[in-house]
Design a protein around this ligand. Structure first.
Ligand SMILES: NC(=O)c1ccc[n+]([C@@H]2O[C@H](COP(=O)([O-])OP(=O)(O)OC[C@H]3O[C@@H](n4cnc5c(N)ncnc54)[C@H](OP(=O)(O)O)[C@@H]3O)[C@@H](O)[C@H]2O)c1
Length: 262
């Protein structure tokens, strides 16, 4: 069985580790960070937690890089000699670091992919965009399987990786801010925070399931809820008068412009 190493078990790395452990408990996993005290509790018979990246690279076949973007290139330069083209496939989940930049850290050819999951990986509900490149070790299916175990996957061209980061990874924060606002509205119309949170969470989940299962456009599902002269349409229109859709679209484009400038 192939061993998977996750370098940088912070927010996302830990989500990935937990997601893989939940879905495929028998997978041999290594997870690293420099200060391991906070993640030692995840160690078990199939999971090794270490601060020794050399040991991780030497033990694993698929190395997922979940480090902060600015540390990816220094990490690869420092550890390049431990990688072996006949054994290792690198999958970077870092924002904005291209495969060309990563390949330049090696004086030999190596299979390097990029993937963009989100923090819902920890509950196996991520959407992960993957871009593949040179694949001498035929790991495309295996890498897809890893990220399928964390939710859904789509394969995209690397040129769209930044767009996928905004919509899928930053998207978690946009949706949660929307939910927070709904909860605050719910409290204003009479619910305590806990009850409002429960109603809003299940409503958002239900709305997403309607689109996923019915394959419908959101506006089609909205039409089913908006009675003429009813309370839904007046509320929706009031939100639009205050710039609801426009604010979301502008926010997404602003995030994209920021990522492009880096
Ligand atoms: N958060 C998201 O939703 C999300 C989504 C998609 C992609 N990403 C990408 O995922 C990457 C990680 O983001 P994050 O939010 O998870 O950051 P983070 O929480 O800061 O995690 C990075 C981890 O790397 C560890 N680290 C630093 N240097 C290391 C080294 N030399 N060896 C091993 N571990 C090291 C740090 O712990 P120590 O200081 O203890 O070493 C830290 O826990 C970023 O590139 C980001 O672009 C994030």
């Amino acid at each position: 069985m192939q061993k998977i190493g996750i370098v940088g078990c912070g927010n996302l790395g830990l989500s990935l580790l937990n997601g893989i452990k939940q879905k495929s408990p028998a997978t041999k996993l290594y997870g690293s960070k420099r200060n391991v005290a906070s993640i030692k509790k995840y160690e078990d018979e199939n999971t090794v937690i270490t601060n020794d990246n050399k040991a991780l690279i030497e033990a694993c076949d698929i190395i997922i890089l979940a480090l902060k973007p600015y540390t990816i290139i220094p990490f690869l330069k420092e550890n390049a000699s431990y990688f072996n083209a006949n054994r290792h496939t690198i999958v970077s989940v870092a924002t904005g670091i291209t495969t060309t930049e990563m390949k330049a850290c090696f004086d030999f050819e190596l299979d390097i992919f990029r993937a963009m999951p989100n923090t819902a990986s920890s509950v196996n509900e991520s959407i992960t965009a993957i871009s593949f490149g040179r694949d001498e070790l035929n790991r495309t299916d295996m890498v897809t399987e890893i990220f399928n175990s964390l939710g859904e996957t789509i394969v995209i061209d690397e040129t769209l990786m930044e767009s996928a980061t905004i919509l899928g990874a930053c998207g978690i924060a946009y949706v949660l801010r929307f939910m927070r606002a709904m909860i605050q509205g719910g409290i204003e119309v009479g619910f305590d925070s806990k009850t409002a949170t429960k109603i809003v969470s299940q409503t958002v989940k239900g709305a997403a399931e309607l689109i996923i299962r019915n394959g419908s456009h959101p506006e089609e599902e909205i039409d089913r809820v908006t009675t003429p002269k009813g309370c839904t349409i007046v509320g929706l229109n009031e939100m639009e008068h205050s710039g609801f859709s426009s604010a979301l679209i502008k926010g997404i484009v602003t995030s994209y412009q920021k990522i492009e400038k880096k």
